[in-house]
Design a protein around this ligand. Structure first.
Ligand SMILES: Cc1cc2nc3c(=O)[nH]c(=O)nc-3n(C[C@H](O)[C@H](O)[C@H](O)COP(=O)(O)O)c2cc1C
Length: 365
């Protein structure tokens, strides 16, 4: 019998995930051909974390349309060639016992930047570098980036259709869980926050208007993929801005309540990204945001942000602060973090579930 929360499976709709240590979405900027097609890098990177025991393995922000990429080096899922390329990866993740999940994304006004690898310049990608004109709810630039083209109602309808088609392709490509990227100052978040949304039509102004696009995407995706597929929304629970109208934790609580009514299965609670403000970070710094959303709305949540130690992750789950934890940077340096966690939490019994037979000789002891 399992005594660790971290290694207790969790079932969302028709899908049971082997544990609650999930790989957070992390852009790899590794599509050298700039065609959105995931490469051997993505297979090796995601595959290693599936081999390493993560329960759910989330792709990087994967664009629903070419202009929805953050950089020309991002992956996408806007056509069938892309879906076919993902199939090889989802098959491998599943063969390792992990649940393949995709983060469906549109970068909006934060699109068309350079990837800024160490030694490379950052900033706006020029046309020669594969850049394009970004879009957004209003023609308000983020920092030094280009002011986006303000989406018309017809163009908003296209964004919804792009998410819907991407969701269909994702399921057909073998993804078992879908996450809509509503965080980090990307397009959905840009609509939510009055800092980036100053529209005067039905998509701007009041709370129902600013949340309309996200809810329309959720509803359209659900209608497309049916009732069996778990749907997650990642949100930035706060803009961390208090001196002007912005997106706040109170609004996130209200939004999460509505998302639950719309059949969203879990809210992945991050923060920030829509304002250039300093954020005080430290171990588990976003966990209290998850706690409040989970406690006040009853929706399942994921906690993320400097959760690096197995005992810490276990404590978050035991205290009822979240239903799952998502790990980002620690998983870059430790692809087999769950295997270390099983050892440190005294869950040697979990080894069968999280070590490939090829690696059993290397079990933590
Ligand atoms: C290299 C890198 C790429 C990231 N890309 C994404 C992304 O594609 N989508 C997303 O929602 N968050 C992205 N994030 C944020 C992570 O998912 C995570 O929320 C954040 O790193 C905090 O968790 P951590 O302290 O465990 O790293 C990225 C983070 C890193 C370090």
């Amino acid at each position: 019998m399992s005594v660790s929360k971290l290694f207790e499976p969790i079932t969302l709709r028709g899908t049971t995930i082997r544990n609650r240590a999930w790989l957070a979405a992390m852009c790899q900027y590794s599509v050298e051909k700039r065609d959105g097609v995931p490469t051997d890098w993505h297979l090796a990177h995601l595959g290693a974390r599936a081999q390493g025991g993560f329960g759910l393995v989330m792709t990087e922000a994967t664009a629903v349309s070419p202009e929805g990429r953050i950089t020309p080096h991002d992956t996408g899922i806007w056509n069938d060639e892309l879906a076919a390329a993902w199939r090889r990866i989802t098959d491998f993740l599943r063969s390792q016992g992990a649940t393949p999940a995709i983060q469906l994304a549109h970068a909006g006004r934060k699109a068309s930047t350079r990837r800024g690898f160490p030694g490379e310049e950052r900033g706006v990608a020029s046309t020669e570098e594969g850049g394009w004109t970004p879009v957004g709810p209003s023609a308000i630039a983020f920092g030094d980036l280009v002011a986006p083209h303000e989406l018309s109602s017809a163009e908003i309808a296209t964004v919804i259709a792009d998410f819907t088609a991407a969701a269909r392709r994702a399921v057909d490509a073998g993804f078992e869980v879908l996450e809509i990227h509503g965080a980090h100052g990307y397009l959905m978040h840009q609509f939510l926050s009055p800092m980036s949304n100053q529209r005067t039509d039905e998509y701007g102004g009041s709370f129902p208007n600013r949340t309309r696009l996200l809810l329309q995407v959720v509803d359209a995706v659900r209608a497309e993929v049916g009732e069996q597929v778990p749907l997650i929304v990642r949100i930035s629970a706060t803009d961390w801005v208090e001196d002007q109208p912005a997106w706040t934790l109170d609004q996130s609580v209200e939004l999460s309540r509505v998302l639950r009514e719309h059949g969203v299965d879990l809210v992945d609670v991050s923060s920030g990204g829509n304002a250039l403000v300093p954020i005080e970070v430290g171990p588990g710094y976003q966990v209290p945001l998850s706690t409040r959303i989970r406690t006040e709305t009853g929706i399942a949540t994921g906690a993320v942000g400097l959760i690096t130690e197995p005992a810490q992750a276990e404590q978050v789950l035991r205290a009822g602060q979240a239903d799952v934890v998502l790990l980002g940077r620690v998983a870059l340096r430790e692809p087999a973090w769950p295997q270390r966690a099983a050892h440190e939490l005294g869950m040697e019994d979990a080894a069968d579930a999280i070590y490939p037979p090829q690696y059993r000789r290397g079990v933590w002891a």
